[in-house]
Design a protein around this ligand. Structure first.
Ligand code: ZN
Length: 328
């Protein structure tokens, strides 16, 4: 479908017969957006590009032939734009493969599933050819959160785990208590809440239907499961925009995508240092770097970690400098 649109654009361009378009498109700029979830390579040009790509498994690399262009300094910059710590890309090589075909080889750190698509001009952007390189073996974000929690000194240290302060001996799950109050028969004293040990691994109402409990049982280091089984309270923080989408841009060039990411990092530190009735809170970021995440994926990611709360962070622009406060 996209391919067909591209071809149509191509024939329209030719029929107009404009000299600078007839010779093909010129690469204007290239961008690389590295992130653990996927790395994106964007090639921006003054005309639509048609590319053919092929994934070669050993060693993992993506070979891309772009027709109708010649190698120019803007495209050569791609080579230097790959960072050593890019989670997915090891390097990029470019060369003039045929008189009007440029071959691009993206060397990869592991097998990837490529998604290639083109975007038509919008706002400050011209035609873009986009390569999204998703690792075949994706990280389970919930497992990562739990693994990170198990690395915490309080969990590792048997003394700390064995002798929590009195308030944590019988940690209560406020949400679980609320649910219990609503489902219990009136004759039962609601204030008691669920029996110790039963609430600890239950998931909250928001995750109903999920079969995965989120409790961390570190019974290996401690004898009493009631006192040591805990559940993570997961707050999904969703910094808006990212990557190609800067969000609002302030008069001094401040970009919303950067402001909200910094805000999310500060919030994460606060959340990770907090626990509610002995249940540690953990922040999960829908994006932890400067890359674009579609709206649906943001929600999907929060669901995958069974987040208790989803907080979308934006820093909207307004036409006058007077407004203050937050929009929620
Ligand atoms: Zn926004």
């Amino acid at each position: 479908m996209k391919r067909r649109t591209l071809l149509k654009t191509g024939s329209l361009v030719l029929s107009l017969g404009l000299p600078h378009l007839a010779r093909g498109a010129t690469i204007l700029t290239v961008r690389v957006w590295p992130a653990p979830e996927y790395s994106r390579v964007t090639i921006e040009s003054d005309g639509a590009l048609v590319a053919k790509q092929q994934f070669v498994p050993s060693p993992p690399r993506l070979a891309v032939d772009i027709a109708g262009i010649t190698l120019n300094p803007a495209l050569k910059e791609l080579v230097a734009k790959v960072k050593a710590d890019d989670p997915n890309i090891a390097g990029i090589r470019v060369g003039q493969f045929a008189p009007d075909v440029v071959r691009l080889v993206v060397d990869l750190k592991h097998p990837i599933k490529p998604q290639v698509f083109s975007l038509t001009p919008v706002a400050a952007y011209q035609h873009r050819l986009v390569f999204d390189l998703y690792p075949v073996q994706e990280l389970d974000p919930l497992e990562a959160l739990i693994a990170e929690r198990l690395k915490d000194p309080i969990v590792k240290d048997p003394i700390a785990a064995n002798s929590p302060p009195p308030a944590q001996v019988n940690p209560a799950d406020p949400l679980g208590e609320l649910i219990a109050q609503q489902t219990q028969s009136p004759s039962k004293p609601a204030a008691q809440g669920p029996a110790p040990g039963t609430f600890a691994t239950q998931t909250i109402a928001g995750s109903a239907g999920s079969t995965r409990a989120r409790g961390i049982n570190d019974a290996k280091t401690t004898p009493s499961p009631a006192a040591t089984t805990e559940r993570l309270i997961i707050i999904a923080l969703d910094p808006g925009h990212g990557g190609e989408d800067p969000g609002a841009v302030g008069p001094g060039g401040t970009r919303e995508k950067d402001v909200v990411l910094r805000l999310a990092h500060r919030l994460r530190d606060r959340i990770n240092a907090t626990s509610v009735n002995g249940n540690p809170m953990r922040a999960y970021l829908t994006r932890d770097a400067d890359f674009f995440v579609p709206l649906g994926v943001r929600v999907q990611k929060a669901r995958r970690v069974q987040a208790d709360l989803f907080v979308s962070i934006h820093a909207d622009a307004f036409f006058t400098p007077e407004p203050q406060g937050a929009s929620v």
